[in-house]
Ligand binder design. Structure first.
Ligand SMILES: C[S@@+](CC[C@H](N)C(=O)[O-])C[C@H]1O[C@@H](n2cnc3c(N)ncnc32)[C@H](O)[C@@H]1O
Length: 384
């Protein structure tokens, strides 16, 4: 991958700089990230031993940003010295921070498709130095991301997914994820809003056919009243394109009375967000990438927030544990690639405790599922 900075081009670890006369000179240059990668590789080779310093977290240490099911995530991952963990949904780093604090010598490779989060988490990189590497990208593309950064030879001790959008994204009015009046903004909804080739929610609403809009609302939002809403969108956009979140809220309000409208507004926003970001495709591919990367005995831990995500996760883990029962006939010919987690069983759901719900009501719909990768070959990727 080549990065271009004004007059300079990086190719691997070499910086080519254009001089004032226009010629190009070459200079060896070790970037901060490459130094970190060297360190993580040599520590992983030497193995630090099993002198584990486990620190149980207190909710009170996470007052600013509240990571969901944090105690259960740490119990399931059980970070150990020298272990390398992938946080596929870094966000503002709540879970990453807890993993790094829970065990003094473990490492985290943290990934997020939203490039904005990396500027907001500089303090974490300064604090944890070589123990934290952050990479921008999609978790569906995990193996490529690791190999592009020369991290593909590492043995991965655990992988975490915390699906959906973060509170930071929802509460930023310029992102268009929220239907709240005080957070009015453009109908964007792209998790990576710096990418200029992906489609926004506004593009979908103003160009898709009425039938396609109905399908999106039904499939991704599990919404039943799709006919009147899709038809109202198509009628209104002839005179004025839908550009702002308040316009979409108005459409639904004109189709049904409150209180029914509140649930429908929330479902329509969720449906558009999931479609714009291909969240279902990402989850299916991302889980399979985790299965390929995890070393034997290591946990896959995932948190979902609604029934569509959770259905995929549950089926995926149970298919891994018992293909005969949950897969189709051809899958029954494969050996299961996950074993039940000793603490949480075979993908059984784990919910927030009453204590957590009191501390963070936003965790209400969270469901955690986990299983342990075994030594059998990975199942082939098929639509899950
Ligand atoms: C629920 S938040 C995670 C919060 C995080 N665990 C924390 O404690 O701060 C989900 C994050 O995952 C990112 N994300 C969602 N889908 C992704 C994907 N397919 N690949 C990479 N990142 C993704 C979002 O941009 C968002 O920042």
């Amino acid at each position: 991958m080549h990065k271009v900075f004004s007059n300079s081009i990086y190719k691997g670890s070499t910086l080519f700089t254009r001089t004032s006369g226009g010629s190009v000179c070459k200079r060896d240059y070790v970037t901060k990230k490459e130094k970190k990668i060297k360190n993580i590789l040599s520590s992983a080779e030497s193995g630090i031993g099993d002198d584990k310093k486990y620190v149980d977290v207190e909710y009170s240490s996470y007052e600013i940003h509240k990571p969901v099911l944090i105690k259960e995530v740490l119990r399931a991952l059980n970070p150990t010295p020298g272990g390398i963990y992938i946080d596929t949904t870094f966000g503002l780093g709540g879970h990453t921070r807890a993993i790094l604090d829970s065990c003094k010598d473990c490492y985290v490779i943290a990934i997020d498709r939203d490039s904005n989060v990396f500027d907001l988490t500089k303090d974490l990189r300064s604090k944890y130095k070589d123990r934290l590497i952050t990479l921008q990208g999609n978790f569906s593309n995990l193996s490529t991301l690791l190999s592009e950064n020369k991290l593909d030879k590492l043995e991965i001790s655990g992988i975490l997914y915390d699906f959906g959008v973060s509170s930071y994204q929802i509460d930023s009015s310029d992102r268009g994820f929220s239907y709240r009046k005080e957070l009015e903004g453009p109908l964007d909804m792209r998790m990576n809003n710096q990418s200029n080739h992906s489609m926004t929610a506004s593009n979908v609403l103003n160009t898709f056919s009425e039938k396609s809009l109905r399908d999106i609302f039904f499939v991704y939002g599990e919404e039943k009243h799709t006919k009147s809403i899709a038809s109202e969108i198509v009628k209104r956009r002839v005179n004025e394109p839908l550009l702002m979140t308040s316009q979409l809220v108005n459409v639904v309000e004109s189709c049904m009375p409150y209180p029914a409208a509140s649930k429908t507004i929330s479902r329509i926003f969720r449906a558009l967000r999931m479609f714009v970001n291909d969240e279902i495709g990402e989850i299916k591919k991302g889980l399979h990438q985790g299965e390929l990367l995890l070393k034997e005995g290591s946990p896959l831990v995932a948190i979902s927030f609604h029934s569509i995500e959770d259905r995929i996760l549950k089926r995926y883990l149970q298919r891994g544990v018992n293909p005969e029962k949950y897969g189709d006939e051809s899958e029954a010919l494969y050996l299961p690639s996950f074993d039940p987690h000793p603490l949480y069983g075979s993908g059984a759901p784990v919910y927030p405790s009453p204590e957590e719900l009191k501390w963070n009501p936003r965790s209400e719909s969270a469901i955690l599922r986990t299983a342990i990768r075994n030594s059998n070959p990975p199942l082939p990727f098929k639509d899950i």
